[in-house]
Design a protein around this ligand. Structure first.
Ligand code: MN
Length: 197
């Protein structure tokens, strides 16, 4: 079985289901729950293939206010409309030490960005309501006149020539291609987040 082809087929079917709107009959919701658990099981099996996170160097220091911070996780925002990609990216990001918050479209992503507290944003490009390009433009507009610039990493299925340029033009900093690979996400986190902070 070709895993890539199989997951692409599954993706297409899920896209069809998600495009049918929110009023799902109860039986369908039940089936989706079962599918959700099955996907979780598959991800857990795949998990063993992921590289273990490098152990951070622990420097002993006296107890101070900074030690009482609630978490030293890297907080990132994942903006992705596709359920399977969202689950996969979340699982990988959590494995590499991130606390992941999710948004299911660009507009939701911009709202969560406004609340703040993220070190980076992983942004899908094709999304309903507001796509990743528009969302990035909106975020850069909000940052205009301030000294802040949140790293935005495009996660896109478009392998077309010129797509990378389009991402950079609208204010994204980096670019990852789908299918989402653990190593690609890990290197992006290493490049853009304070992994060793
Ligand atoms: Mn999408």
């Amino acid at each position: 079985m070709d895993l890539h082809q199989k997951t692409q087929e599954l993706n297409k079917k899920l896209e069809i289901i998600s495009s049918r709107g929110k009023d799902l009959p109860f039986e369908l919701v039940e089936h989706l729950e079962v599918l959700d658990r099955a996907v979780d099981q598959i991800l857990n099996l795949l998990d063993t293939a992921l590289e273990p996170r490098k152990a951070p160097v622990v420097v002993p220091e006296p107890l101070s206010a900074s030690c009482l911070a609630p978490s030293n996780d890297i907080r990132v925002l994942l903006v992705e409309d596709n359920m399977v990609n969202r689950k996969l990216a979340m699982l990988i990001l959590e494995r590499v030490g991130c606390e992941v918050h999710v948004a299911e479209n660009g507009a939701e992503g911009v709202e969560k960005f406004k609340v703040g507290g993220y070190e980076a944003i992983f942004m899908d490009c094709q999304m309903p309501v507001m796509d990743g390009y528009e969302a990035t433009l909106a975020i850069r507009k909000l940052e205009a006149g301030t000294s802040s610039h949140i790293p935005i990493i495009a996660v896109t299925a478009n392998a077309m020539k010129g797509d990378k340029e389009k991402c950079l033009e609208c204010g994204m900093d980096d670019y990852i291609s789908k299918p989402i690979l653990p190593n690609d996400l890990q290197s992006a986190v290493n490049r853009w987040c304070s992994v060793n902070a």
